[in-house]
Design a protein around this ligand. Structure first.
Ligand code: ADP
Ligand code: MG
Ligand code: ZN
Length: 487
């Protein structure tokens, strides 16, 4: 047994999701990204004495949406607290958060364990809080502060220490990100920091039930950083324990370039936050009727959509998973299937194949959403109908799709204009085949002598002279008849 096998890792994640509300959590300032520094501010988010916060109702609704989506209990009463610390980007000297009485409690998320069996990961709590501003370290001007982000609403989602590998942590994170996007409450952008995560990591000998000393790893801005940082930290801790040492509880920063973690300056983490209930904000009371109303307004969630796509359209699990990754892609697929004249499993599978490959690739290349895509679901359906009814061949359909990306014309119009229609006239195909066989007498003889794998060669040559427009099924049939001398 290698030394790594003697240990298991224990991981808990703290995820911050920046909410996509138009205004901040306790004032009417805009949350728009990219405004000139210190322009989206007011006395409330700057913490001027005498100003009073007023809670944004939408933040509470978003918290409840997420709580319900991950099976949390919604607290009828929750309380905002002040988390006191000093830092230049926090003008009030405290962050308004929730502490002892958060709004959502005891939820869960299922991930696939290493052996593929589902593993339930507990969510301890979800609470509402405000973001701090940004310090800008400008060599020429020292440290500058931009308070635009002060008061931007966040949800903090805290997991139980139930994760055991970096891969599980990434799955959990991906699931949460997919969920907040489906709910329309956060854009999930890790690079821009609107969806971020801190990883708490410890290791212990297998069989041990007590938790080991944890470290907290910060500063990961992609899934791959999260995975690499956790793996690296697990290895570091195992190395320490294996040499008889002890892990020191501390906060570490991930350095993606070097692939290492480094301790944060210890002064910055020596915190005593002196939490206490914020006297300026009344407890948040939510009643069952309103919670039910929010529950009814939830969209179909990824897992349910996945299951329904597999059942309703007879799609393979793999397809259902890819298509439901993103809500707008899933809806695009579904609109396409509904717009098709052709019905049934094969038509749905054809639509799935096209959305999973050509459409997703184009969306990616153009960095656009399914709503902005020039080939709308209706146009894709019109094109697929031409493919399904044999008007165009599969090869030509690819060409047609490329044309539709740059031309607003209906696919039918493009097919007519460019003479793309498939040739299914047996007389015309037969004449092309006769010409091909005449051009390749040696190959024809070899085929007739039993070398039947030459079939592909003849199909290819015939397709080539017909510029991809020959009906492949008819070409195959006619070739077989002619080569096997049954004509
Ligand atoms: P702290 O007070 O340091 O913030 P918490 O108890 O609030 O610690 O837990 C923060 C996160 O750390 C949670 O996600 C929790 O699951 C995780 N966690 C707590 N103890 C451990 C441990 N020993 N190893 C790994 N993760 C842990
Ligand atoms: Mg904590
Ligand atoms: Zn403000």
């Amino acid at each position: 047994m290698s030394k790594t096998d003697a240990y298991e890792a224990v991981i808990g994640l703290e995820v911050h999701a920046q909410l996509s509300t138009a205004t901040k959590i306790f004032c009417g300032c805009s949350t728009a990204f990219g405004a000139p520094p210190n322009t989206n501010v007011c006395p409330v988010c700057l913490g001027m004495p005498g100003s009073l916060p007023v809670l944004n109702r939408q933040v509470v609704e978003y918290a409840v949406r997420l709580g319900l989506a991950v099976g949390c209990r919604i607290a009828p009463r929750s309380v905002f607290a002040r988390k006191n610390y000093f830092y230049p980007d926090l003008p009030k000297g405290y962050q308004i958060s929730q502490y002892e009485e958060p709004i959502c409690l005891a939820g869960h998320v299922d991930v696939a364990g290493a052996d593929g069996s589902p593993r339930r990961i507990g969510i301890t709590r979800i609470h509402m809080e405000e973001d701090a501003g940004k310090s800008i370290h400008d060599a020429g001007a020292g440290t500058l502060v931009d308070a635009n982000r002060c008061g931007t609403p966040l949800l903090e989602i805290v997991s139980e220490p139930d994760l055991r590998t970096a891969q599980e942590a990434v799955q959990y994170l991906a699931f949460l990100r997919q969920t907040v996007r489906y709910l329309g409450i956060c854009d999930g952008n890790m690079e821009e920091g609107s969806f971020r995560c801190d990883a708490n990591v410890s290791v212990r000998r297998k069989g041990e039930t007590r938790l080991g000393t944890k470290t907290e790893v910060k500063n990961m801005n992609s899934f791959s950083s999260v995975e690499r940082a956790i793996e690296r930290e697990i290895r570091r801790q195992i190395g320490i324990l294996d040499e008889g040492g002890a892990v020191v509880q501390q906060t570490l920063l991930w350095d993606a370039e070097r692939g290492e973690v480094h301790p944060m300056r210890s002064k910055e983490e020596a915190h005593d936050y002196r939490y206490f209930p914020d006297p300026d904000l009344a407890p948040v009371l939510v009643n069952d009727a309103w919670v039910d109303e929010v529950r009814r307004s939830l969209p179909e969630l990824p897992a349910a959509k996945h299951a329904r796509f597999a059942a309703e359209y007879g799609l393979p699990e793999y397809d259902a998973g890819v298509l439901t990754q993103d809500r707008s892609v899933a809806e695009y697929f579904e609109r396409t299937v509904r717009a098709l004249s052709a019905k049934g499993r094969d038509a749905a599978k054809t639509a799935s194949n096209w959305v999973m490959t050509d459409v997703l690739r184009s969306l990616n290349e153009r960095q656009c959403t399914a709503e902005e895509f020039p080939v709308t679901s209706e146009r894709l359906a019109a094109m697929l109908d031409l493919l399904l009814d044999g008007t165009v061949s599969g090869t030509i359909a690819k060409e047609l799709f490329a044309d539709m990306l740059v031309s607003p014309d209906a696919p039918k119009v493009i097919v007519e204009r460019k003479g793309m229609a498939q040739i299914s006239d047996t007389g015309a195909i037969g004449r092309e085949i006769d010409a091909v066989l005449a051009r390749f007498p040696a190959e024809t003889a070899r085929f007739r002598a039993g070398e039947t794998k030459l079939m592909g060669f003849f199909v290819g040559e015939t397709m080539k002279v017909m510029k991809g427009k020959g009906n492949p099924k008819l070409i195959n049939e006619l070739l077989r008849t002619k080569l096997e001398g049954r004509s």
